[in-house]
Design a protein around this ligand. Structure first.
Ligand code: NAG
Ligand code: NAG
Ligand code: NAG
Ligand code: NAG
Ligand code: NAG
Length: 951
């Protein structure tokens, strides 16, 4: 693939040595440059008018499992190398070939034209397979040579010898491929299977020598040294080098000579073998200073810049068999105008034979026309900071010591900051402790602070008293009562009898004061707790007794049960008994600072209903407690919002005790204006108390306002508020209760101080307690009852009698006045009866009787003139037998047309009585019957008696 294209490119690019300047416009390198970032930082990338063919690069990579570590390092070094080559030789193009070999297979071969794709090939390599140490390196090399263009640069990456070295057919193929392609083979060996003199390793040296390559035996950490060299040889066009000399020698002193032509700007001298000394003499026989690229026991590489032309001599003293090779390199970055001014200021300029080569100085990278600073600190192998830390500088780097260290010679040594006050920030009273690389300051005992600041710790004298904690802070201290300042733990699993399967609760991060509440119990057990109990593995119990209130804060030992040992680990906690009967514990982690340990609670200490119904357990002002639920929360007396209820017989006001408690008030603080009359009902289930005021005129300080339609009742409650402080002040909180009722027969009874009425309790299935009333009213509104113990009426007065039923659910019942009659005594069975209503119907013989309402609602109304039924008795009582009639069973209105009404036999009747009614004119006329009505009165008395006989 891609071979045709590559060859065309190769042919067109093989001759030009110039990389730039052909267009003439690029007079300054900056104008055609684009900055870009790579692993060096920002360097300048050229846009190339002409691209130059460079040696193709082939990697033959051992992908057996043992290469895993090598890959990690090689991937980094490879991308660094490719970046660097691109920076040095920005306009070069080459074929990149990746050949893998494993055991027992070799391949695949992958070819790329961009370093990016090639980098991706490399990064996708996976080390796997193999097994025995030597691998199929030779078969792989044959494949690599077959797939690489002439003059390729082949790098074999392996950590093993070649197991296929004995296949002479194969080895011969390799040699003939090397001879025909002139490719150079380099071996980068990071391991050895046996000895360096084994034939499976020697084959590498022989092939390297024959191809003008080299065997690098490096540890992984030294890979960069090799890549430094690759960088030099890859950053140039093909055919820009010449093989000048090669020789194989045995141990001892040897020398060789070679001619150097005038077209070389550098020589590379490569040795392979253990060499003790090397000297190179130029044509003038003066020894040259060699610039070392690599110098290892197994071989070295040197570069000589601007070699003089003539005959050179090389003298070597070696400890074993060795080989030596010299290559000459021609100029690369040549100025088109042969003018040094084209070189970058940070490049050197070398003139030779009419051409000018620009070469970036050490510490810079580029093609000589542009040079960028190398960030030597970016890779460990590009700097030599064996001490301290690397800091990049322009064109170089420095090694600086970390803080706390100072440079002494070529080492960073610890600074003893405690040696002098200028070197540390410790407070004058603190002691300074020097450590390797840092120091610390410690306040003296009895002092508080971080060492940089120290102050006297007031807490050491216990200024907060027995039961309080002293908390020191900078500049002050505060006292905290753990009874009010603590965290609540309410987990049920803490109980020693907990049945929770989850056993991994861990308290090792608990730090501070805690209180146990809830269904698990409120105190720690004082006896050994079970292993695997309390929702944990090693449960913690209190080895000792709980303190009493007077003990204040005490120290106690807690133990944790594990390994059949009740107290395998123990530590100290602080405990305080609090008013209110609970305890708080200061926990600091667990006895053994590990999971899984947790503190237990004793299930026998469970306290139920700690909060009242209108309260809840919550955190307020930093402490937990029972507080009024939000809807009842108060901050002052003005917030007290009692619930007012207007009942038929009374009005009541209900206070939430939590509100009063918040203000330090209670039921005892409340009085009615008439303190003799105080109906207080305490309801623990709702945490309320209720004060009732009867709706009876003249009682309990009730005030009444009455108009034609309504009665408005008012009463006033007083709170005595004792304010805290030295001076006790009494404040009065006045709560006015006010209920307004539409006037009716009942309400109107309440509006008079001493109404005259009769009542009886009745009950009908399922209606609850009912009361039936009968009262006398002054007019036909039936809203102005008579008051007092008796009613005095003149004979001409009209009497208005009202009957009604109150209370319970009576919606389906109506009142039926069955029999209403007058008697001269209070006895309803008095033989003398004057009927007003009989069998639900009015007495037809008394035309003054008028029944306004009967059997139609919960009340009955009737009126009549007084004299007719009073007769000549002084006192008269009115009795009514009433029944409740179920309207859902048919009409209850009496039919008084003379044809009978609904049978009432089964209905229960209730007897009502009101009286006495005293006929006023009997007294005012001195016991005589008035002149104008004598016959009528007699008649009616007679009638009364006849009626009585009929009953
Ligand atoms: C030796 O190498 C040749 C060429 O690669 C190959 O065809 C042959 O199978 C190899 N012989 C053995 C025994 O592996
Ligand atoms: C360098 O010069 C020598 C002799 O003058 C010549 O053989 C050789 O090809 C030249 N090399 C290059 C790369 O130009
Ligand atoms: C060349 O490098 C020196 C430091 O070595 C620096 O001061 C100077 O500014 C550099 N010149 C340019 C053009 O980058
Ligand atoms: C409560 O205790 C904590 C820590 O023990 C403390 O920081 C805080 O100031 C205390 N709060 C009060 C109101 O005392
Ligand atoms: C309780 O223990 C603490 C250290 O844990 C100690 O400072 C303190 O003095 C002890 N208190 C008592 C009353 O022993």
């Amino acid at each position: 693939m891609g071979n045709v294209t590559m060859y065309l490119l190769y042919l067109t690019c093989i001759f030009p040595l110039f990389t730039r300047g052909t267009t003439g416009q690029t007079t300054t390198s900056e104008s055609s440059s684009i900055p870009y970032s790579n692993s060096y930082g920002t360097i300048v990338q050229k846009s190339c008018a002409v691209q130059t063919e460079s040696s193709s690069l082939t990697y033959l990579v051992d992908t057996t499992g043992s290469m895993y570590d090598d890959f990690l390092q090689l991937k980094i070094v490879n991308s660094w190398l490719l970046d660097r080559v691109t920076a040095r030789f920005p306009c070069g193009v080459r074929q990149y070939t990746m050949v893998e070999f494993n055991d027992p297979t070799v391949g695949p071969v992958r070819i790329a034209e961009s370093k990016k794709v090639f980098g991706d090939f490399f990064n996708s390599l996976v080390a796997t397979g193999g097994g025995d140490c030597p691998e199929l390196a030779m078969q792989g090399l044959e494949l690599a040579l077959q797939n690489s263009p002439p003059s390729s640069f082949i790098l074999v990456l392996t950590d093993a010898s070649a197991k296929d070295y004995y296949n002479t057919t194969l080895i011969n193929n390799i040699y003939s491929l090397i001879a025909s392609t002139q490719s150079q083979v380099f071996f980068l060996i990071t391991g050895l299977c046996g000895s360096m003199s084994d034939p499976d390793f020697l084959v590498y040296r022989n092939i390297a020598a024959a191809s003008f390559g080299h065997v690098f035996q490096v540890s992984l950490s030294d890979l960069n040294k090799v890549f430094n060299y690759l960088d030099f040889t890859l950053s140039r066009p093909s055919n820009s080098s010449e093989r000048l000399f090669s020789g194989e020698y045995t141990a001892g002193n040897n020398s060789g000579t070679f001619p150097v032509a005038d077209n070389y700007t550098s020589l590379i001298i490569t040795t392979d073998g253990v060499i003790y000394s090397i000297r190179v003499l130029g044509p003038d026989s003066i020894p040259l200073q060699l610039k070392k690229i690599i110098s290892e026991t197994w071989g070295s590489m040197y570069v000589v810049y601007n070699p003089g032309h003539g005959i050179w001599t090389i003298i070597i003293y070696a400890g074993s068999q060795y080989s030596i090779r010299v290559e000459g390199f021609t100029a690369v970055n040549i100025s088109a105008t042969a003018d040094c001014s084209e070189c970058h200021p940070n490049a050197t300029c070398e003139e030779s034979f009419g051409s000018v080569e620009c070469r970036c100085r050490d510490g810079f990278i580029g093609d000589g026309f542009t040079c960028s600073d190398i960030d030597e600190c970016a890779y460990p192998w590009t700097n030599n900071c064996s001490y301290g830390i690397c800091q990049n500088t322009f064109g170089s780097y420095t090694c600086v010591c970390q803080s706390g260290f100072t440079l002494s010679g070529s080492a960073c040594i610890d600074i003893n900051e405690c040696a002098s006050p200028e070197l540390n920030r410790c407070h004058s009273s603190a002691s300074c402790i020097n450590y390797y690389g840092y120091y610390s300051c410690v306040c003296p005992s009895g002092y508080f602070g971080d060492g940089f600041h120290c102050e006297v710790d007031e807490c050491r004298n216990g200024p907060c008293g027995l039961g309080n904690e002293c908390i020191k802070s900078i500049g002050s201290y505060s006292c905290s009562d753990p009874c009010t300042n603590h965290t609540v733990l309410n987990e049920p699993w803490r109980s020693t009898s907990s049945i929770y399967d989850y056993r991994y609760n861990c308290d090792n991060s608990k730090n501070g004061w805690y209180r146990f509440i809830g269904s698990g119990g409120v105190r720690m057990p004082e006896t050994c707790s079970p292993e695997y109990g309390c929702g944990t593995l090693a449960s913690i119990w209190l080895s000792g007794s709980h303190p009493r209130l007077s003990d204040g804060i005490v120290n106690r030992t807690v133990c944790s049960s594990w390994s059949a040992n009740c107290c395998l680990w123990s530590s100290t906690v602080q405990i305080k008994a609090c008013p209110g009967g609970y305890h708080v514990y200061k926990l600091q982690g667990t006895p053994y600072n590990h999971c899984t340990l947790s503190y237990c609670t004793d299930p026998s200490t469970v306290v139920n209903n700690t909060c009242a119904a209108d309260e809840e357990w919550k955190l307020k002002d930093g402490s937990y407690g029972c507080y009024c639920k939000d809807k009842y929360a108060v901050t002052g007396v003005a917030d007290i919002r009692p619930d007012l209820t207007c009942n038929v017989y009374d009005m009541s006001v209900t206070f939430h005790k939590c509100q009063l408690k918040t203000l330090s008030l209670d039921a005892a603080s409340v009085t009615l204006k008439d303190s003799s009359c105080f109906g207080l009902h305490d309801d623990p289930s709702t945490n309320t108390f209720t004060i009732r005021s009867q709706l009876q005129a003249g009682r309990c300080g009730l005030q009444i306002n009455k108009n034609e339609t309504h009665a408005i009742y008012k009463n006033t409650l007083y709170f005595t508020v004792e304010s805290t402080g030295i001076i006790t002040r009494d404040e009065e909180l006045v709560v006015t209760l006010s209920c307004s009722y539409p006037l009716d027969m009942l309400i109107s009874l309440n509006t008079v101080v001493n109404p005259l009425f009769g009542s009886t309790n009745i009950s009908v299935g399922g209606t609850g307690q009912l009361t039936a009333y009968m009262a006398l009213y002054k007019d036909n509104s039936y809203l102005t009852p008579y008051e007092g113990s008796e009613v005095k009426l003149s004979s001409k007065s009209m009497l208005y009698i009202g009957v009604f039923v109150q209370g319970g659910d009576t919606s389906q019942y109506v009142v039926v006045m069955k029999n209403c009659y007058a008697t001269p005594t209070a006895n309803p069975s008095d033989a003398v009866k004057y009927y007003i209503i009989k069998d639900s119907c009015p007495n037809k013989q008394d035309s003054t009787i008028s029944v306004l309402e009967n059997g139609a609602s919960r009340k009955g109304r009737l009126s009549l003139q007084v004299f007719k039924f009073v007769g000549n008795y002084t006192n008269v009582y009115v009795h009514c037998a009433i029944s409740l009639c179920d309207v859902t069973a048919g009409s209850c209105s009496p039919s008084c047309t003379g044809f009978g009404s609904r049978s009432a036999a089964a209905e229960e009747t209730y007897q009502l009585k009101v009286g006495p009614i005293i006929r006023e004119d009997l007294f005012t006329t001195g016991g005589c019957i008035g002149p104008h009505v004598p016959s009528a009165l007699l008649g009616s008395v007679l009638l009364l008696m006849i009626q009585a006989l009929l009953v």
